[in-house]
Design a protein around this ligand. Structure first.
Ligand SMILES: [Cu+2]
Length: 760
């Protein structure tokens, strides 16, 4: 059976939208015909088949350049070393560039009522107006996003950035070239362990200096472990501007066709503006008036606000719609009867999404790249940073079907107080959609498919709800990620260990977004840099019970079983949120989750989970009420990003065998920007020094006295004695001078002699 072809409207490239033409000839704007990855990965003869066609009038230069660019996205690099070059720059969505009579012409793009893209110009003196207005262009040639114009960050001219697909164990080298005009960047390789290369982890001012505009930085690391990962900027909330892409690490067990589905929430203002709008931002508290500073007003069924970020729109593989516009959507074409694996990646910043495909059950195979015993569900709830691999069987009648991704919004909470939380349902649906197309079906129209109705006889099954359950009359069953299991494997390290070191981390809001009362202030230079003086703001020894802002670092011993009890408890009942916590450098076992009690009629939570209590008035310290609950230390699912239920907790375990400074943080971008982060300093005495020439950075200051010395010509200042040299240095210098002088004299003599000889 031939491999199915993934398609988007008017294009056949599944991952990204392209913009054309490129900024320079170095970046091509070719669109590939992508055929779903068949067979066992890593065998080039069975690798993806792809052809290229040009999307705009580029010349020979670009064609030549195509020959030197990187391995094509979607192609699995089977080499021992896989090298890539990422050029990062900004562009504008909903614009189009073409060459007219040898001149480059940039125009804005509008969407017609029937979903076509047309050029338009607002320049009244534009002499090309008649040629511009109404000219139809292909969606291949426009980065549409949700159909609204804004800035977007591109990698190699693509949004999302190109996918990296390599074999497990390969050395991956990515040279990141920062062509942003004003912003620094770093790239984090989300979920990879970075063993022995911890300074390649991409956390600004923790593992490396930010890459400044015009600079480049080469990341080099081992592709491990295998699974579905992604890369993203780790500069504050910058990933929300589009700097992300899929990172797929294959092993020999990859057996069915697969494609990534990158989902992200999308806003019409850039990330920094959104962060400034946050009331609790560490650096811009209370600055100005912004639409987004207002609470979102959206609540999930449990009475928890879904995010403080006001939802605007969301994208799937870079495409979505704002309100009711007709912007092009991503389309995935499958062949009837085919099984395909979808690699769902939440690359967005803030909202959790419920993902489903009309009339298709989702057979979940892996979470965060790690296999779980398969289970079949109707929908998966995915939070920023999480990934789920699932399989679908294209066995429905050949047609078009909606791929639905919806926030958990159920309504508003207009009269809520600590004593009374009532969700008032509204008709607002916050979603992004893509289309599953059976090959041969017409793909010009939107699908008319409906989501499955949940009934008492056949209730719907949702995986990974951030709460225990829905109201009973909704006929929805929630399966906790902690109730999934990993297939047993002899390679697994033992987590059943008497010698467990336990740490409680409460993600709270007292005094601002914090962990155990600490709001994270980044170091001024990477922690691997030395000397480390003045680099960090130390945290107060007295446990910061009243809240503090500092460089929160937790020292962990080498090669112990570390148990983190990650909680989301407040002393007040109202105003708490779910979090999703990512730990760098490790895969952890999810050994327990505890949810608050809830009203089975309304779905609203009642009381915090009783297993944990606040130890102080502000709840900056928590502990077990009566010892830990039962933990799954036999076959717990493995993850690197996990939901923490509001008023509940999640317990994770890992073996601290990977020395380094590892960031631990909430993956909601606004919470991260507000300081909900810390550093795990694992095995401080075993850290490897960075490679030679690793960039240094940090604060700089100099004094009045030095300044005076400089401007008066006495420099360097305060030099009371001449520069000291070791005796041997002086001897070498004198001998060197003498030898040099002798050599010059000898050379001169010989030259004069020759000259004389030639004259005679
Ligand atoms: Cu959070």
């Amino acid at each position: 059976m031939p491999a199915p072809v993934i398609e988007e409207r008017d294009t056949d490239y599944p991952f990204s939208q392209h913009i054309s033409p490129p900024l320079t000839g170095e970046f091509h704007t070719y669109v590939r015909t992508f055929h779903m990855l068949p067979g066992v990965a890593g065998n080039h003869s069975e690798g993806p088949r792809m052809t290229w066609h040009r999307t705009s009038g580029l010349g020979l230069a670009a064609l030549l350049c195509m020959l030197v660019v990187l391995p094509a996205e979607g192609e699995i690099c089977g080499d021992a070393v896989c090298s890539y070059r990422f050029v990062v720059r900004r562009a504008r969505t909903m614009t189009h560039t073409r060459t007219v009579q040898g001149r480059e012409q940039n125009n804005q793009v509008s969407i017609t009522n029937d979903g076509h893209l047309e050029l338009f110009t607002t320049l009244t003196l534009d002499r090309n107006r008649d040629d511009v207005n109404g000219t139809r262009v292909s969606a291949d040639d426009v980065i549409t996003a949700d159909g609204v114009q804004r800035n977007v960050i591109l990698v190699n001219g693509q949004f999302p950035g190109p996918a990296i697909e390599v074999m497990e164990g390969a050395q991956v080298a990515v040279t990141v070239v920062n062509q942003l005009m004003t912003d620094a960047i770093t790239i984090h390789w989300h979920g990879l362990h970075m063993r022995n290369t911890p300074w390649m982890d991409g956390v600004p001012s923790v593992t490396q200096c930010p890459i400044m505009p015009h600079e480049s930085f080469t990341y080099r690391f081992r592709a491990f472990p295998a699974g579905t990962f992604y890369y993203h900027s780790h500069m504050s909330s910058q990933m929300a501007d589009g700097l992300f892409g899929a990172l797929i690490i294959h092993n020999s067990q990859t057996t069915i066709p697969s494609f990534p589905l990158l989902l992200n929430d999308w806003y019409h203002e850039e990330a920094e503006t959104l962060d400034i709008a946050s009331k609790y931002n560490l650096y811009h508290s209370g600055a100005g008036q912004f639409e987004h500073a207002a609470p979102s007003g959206g609540y999930s069924v449990d009475g928890i606000e879904i995010s403080i970020r006001q939802f605007v729109s969301a994208l799937i593989n870079g495409r979505g719609r704002y309100k009711s516009n007709k912007a092009p959507l991503s389309k995935f074409t499958v062949e009837e009867g085919q099984k395909i694996r979808i690699r769902l990646i939440h690359a967005g910043g803030d909202h959790n999404f419920k993902v489903s495909i009309d009339q298709h059950a989702l057979r979940v195979l892996a979470s965060d790249g790690h296999d779980i015993n398969p289970l079949t569900v109707d929908a998966i709830i995915v939070s920023p940073g999480e990934r789920f691999d699932f399989e679908i069987d294209a066995s429905a009648s050949p047609d078009l079907y909606w791929i639905r991704t919806e926030t958990l919004r159920e309504g508003t909470c207009v009269t809520c107080s600590s004593k009374n939380i009532t969700i008032t349902p509204d008709d607002i649906i916050e979603d992004a959609r893509a289309v599953l197309v059976y090959q041969g079906s017409s793909s010009d129209e939107d699908p008319t498919s409906q989501a499955r109705q949940c009934t008492p006889e056949t209730p719907c099954i949702f995986l990974n709800c951030p709460f225990e359950g829905y109201p009973e009359d909704r006929q929805i069953v929630c399966i906790s990620i902690a109730d999934t299991s990993k297939p047993t494997s002899p390679q697994d390290y033992a987590v059943e260990d008497e010698d467990v070191e336990e740490y409680f981390l409460n993600f709270g809001f007292y005094g601002g977004t914090n962990i155990n009362g600490h709001r994270f202030l980044p170091p001024t230079a990477p922690l691997y840099q030395s000397p480390r003086t003045n680099m960090i703001i130390p945290c107060p020894l007295e446990n910061c019970q009243q809240g503090c802002k500092c460089t929160h670092i937790l020292d962990l011993p080498f090669n112990k079983t570390i148990q983190l009890v990650i909680a989301s408890y407040q002393t007040w009942r109202f105003a708490n949120t779910h979090h999703n916590i990512h730990v760098h450098g490790y895969t952890f076992d999810v050994v327990a989750m505890g949810y608050p009690s809830f009203d089975r009629t309304t779905g609203v939570f009642r009381d915090s989970n009783p297993d944990i209590v606040c130890s102080n008035e502000k709840c900056t310290v928590v502990t077990w009420r009566q010892g830990s609950p039962s933990l799954n230390v036999k076959n717990a699912p493995q993850k690197d990003t996990v939901l923490i239920p509001a008023h509940g907790y999640t317990v994770v375990r890992f073996r601290s065998d990977n020395p380094g400074f590892w960031f631990l943080h909430c993956h909601q971008s606004i919470h991260l920007a507000e300081g909900m982060a810390m550093v795990l300093n694992v095995a401080a005495d075993r850290h490897l020094a960075p490679p030679s020439g690793f960039p240094k950075c940090g604060n700089f200051s100099w004094g009045e006295e030095e300044y005076e010395a400089a401007v008066s010509g006495v420099w360097p200042p305060n030099q009371k004695e001449p520069a000291r040299h070791e005796t041997w240095e002086l001897v070498v210098a004198v001998l060197g001078s003498a030898a040099g002088g002798a050599a010059i004299a000898a050379g001169l003599t010989m030259w004069l002699q020759k000259r004389r000889n030639s004259k005679t």
